[in-house]
Design a protein around this ligand. Structure first.
Ligand code: NAD
Length: 443
């Protein structure tokens, strides 16, 4: 069990408790429900490596809570492969998914009524061949089959799990459940579009696009943006599904990318990086350091580079009390889940740096996953234009509500987003369990 995972779950529970108890004065039994995970399923995948050696890889699928009593809407959350995967880290990330779904939506009532979940396999994805990775995902489907399903828990892409891995999972799940008469494809989103993969147009770019929609809306209404230049310069940590989508779309949103990093290190050029060229290099070499027209910097140095926006799109806990004070960017946009520890958050706030929090800014992924799930359940394909328009409505609504809530409670955006989410979930959960509302409770 990793200490940082334990710390993440402790931090997340404290944060929920602080919002639910101190701001919203919710009943203790409701707070207890919100700060626990309902289902925690541990398993081993038995993997025969290409060389015949057998490994047992530990994994979990965790369901936080599903406040909505609709009977058909599942828990939702990604499935990741990383050495940092552990039960506590997944608990924290499952809870984050509950809030994320409840933050976005075009109107106060119309939000994503999914419970939160997260899963993962503890392994170093770089050590496995394509066929071994496929067998890993088939093994995951075999093991978590009893606790997932289109109306119970639907997985999605995450670190080192993209369309290919999702396809392997869905194909196996569909074989295991072919006699049950259920729309098996809805057991996962982020499926590939091509070759009848059942995916949804726009899912690959959804998280990055959603981040731009949030930024755009906040730039219209948040006073902090008055000091931003007309053409802001951003550096992006992580060049995977989220980071590369954000960087590719930046140009059309009037943002210049001047630095990019991946797990091996960063590149920086204050005059701008050619993202098309970088993407081609990354596709070929699976890293970015052979990009010719930029200075090479270490992962640690990268976070300290001059820029207007630091985009965190790699992994959790990258800004801590040790390095937060070294960040020069006035604004931090969180594409990754939980990239900033609470201690780092305090330092950034103290230095008047604005953090646009994960549960709002990266919710575009789960929003388009919701559309893909609807598509599977209805057996009707959505067009890309329709998806982009709807995504914009969901993200703009979420950004506006987060800002208004933060203003109303004189709080930062992270607290505003948490307040907005819990204000939506808590009464639904109270109703579902038949709890009595305390006269002190504000919602
Ligand atoms: P990915 O595996 O596709 O890419 C991760 C990228 O980060 C890679 O370029 C990797 O080299 C880099 N990286 C990893 N550790 C790093 C480090 N310490 N320093 C610098 N770079 C590092 O993963 P992804 O799907 O893009 O997910 C990234 C983050 O976004 C995760 O926190 C994930 O939970 C979150 N997220 C993903 C989605 C999605 O749809 N994929 C949606 C919402 C949030």
């Amino acid at each position: 069990m990793s200490t940082s995972g334990m710390q993440m779950w402790k931090n997340e529970r404290q944060r929920i408790k602080h919002i639910a108890e101190d701001y919203l004065k919710l009943e203790p039994e409701l707070i207890e429900e919100l700060t626990q995970c309902k289902t925690e399923f541990g398993f081993f995948v038995r993997l025969v490596r290409d060389n015949g050696i057998v490994e047992h890889l530990k994994g979990w699928r965790i369901q936080h809570c599903n406040p909505y009593d609709t009977g058909r809407k599942p828990h939702k959350g990604g499935f990741m492969r990383a050495t940092t995967v552990g039960r506590d880290m997944l608990r924290a990330k499952a809870a984050i998914m509950t809030w994320k779904c409840a933050v976005v939506g075009p109107t106060d009532e119309e939000r994503i009524q999914f419970g939160g979940a997260k899963g993962g396999l503890c392994c170093d994805p770089l050590q496995y061949s394509e066929s071994e990775t496929k067998r890993q995902m088939e093994g995951v489907a075999d093991e978590i089959n009893p606790i997932v399903g289109p109306t119970w828990d639907s997985i999605g892409p995450d670190v080192a799990v993209g369309p290919k891995e999702i396809r392997a999972f869905v194909t196996r799940y569909s074989r295991l459940n072919k006699d049950k008469g259920i729309p098996c494809g809805a057991v996962a989103t982020g499926k590939p579009l091509e070759h009848g993969g059942g995916g949804c147009p726009g899912r690959i770019m959804a998280t990055g696009l959603g981040m731009h929609f949030v930024y755009e809306e906040l730039s219209r209404i948040h006073p902090f943006f008055r000091n931003m230049p007309d053409r802001p310069r951003a550096i992006v940590q992580g060049f995977g599904q989220v980071g590369s989508a954000y960087a590719i779309l930046a140009e059309q949103f009037g943002i210049t990318i001047i630095g990019v990093s991946d797990i091996y290190g960063g590149i920086y050029n204050p005059n701008g990086i050619d993202i098309q060229k970088l993407s081609a290099i990354n596709k070929k070499t699976r890293r970015i350091d052979s990009y010719p027209e930029a200075e090479l910097v270490s992962c640690d140095e990268f976070l300290k580079q001059e820029c207007d926006i630091l985009v965190l799109a790699a992994t959790e806990n990258v800004l801590t009390e040790k390095n937060a004070s070294l960040v020069k960017a006035p604004m931090i946009l969180e594409g990754a889940n939980a990239p900033t520890t609470p201690e780092a958050d305090l330092i950034l706030r103290g230095n008047n740096q604005l953090v646009i929090p994960d549960i709002l800014s990266n919710a575009g992924g789960v929003t388009v996953s919701y559309f893909e799930w609807c598509q599977d359940m209805q057996g009707k394909f959505w067009r890309e234009k329709e998806i982009k328009n709807e995504l914009k409505r969901y993200m703009v609504g979420g950004a506006r509500r987060t800002f208004q809530t933060s203003q109303k409670f004189a709080a930062d955006l992270r607290t505003g987003a948490g307040l907005s989410a819990i204000t939506y979930c808590a009464p639904a959960l109270r109703e579902k369990h038949g709890f009595k509302k305390s006269p002190k409770s504000l919602v």
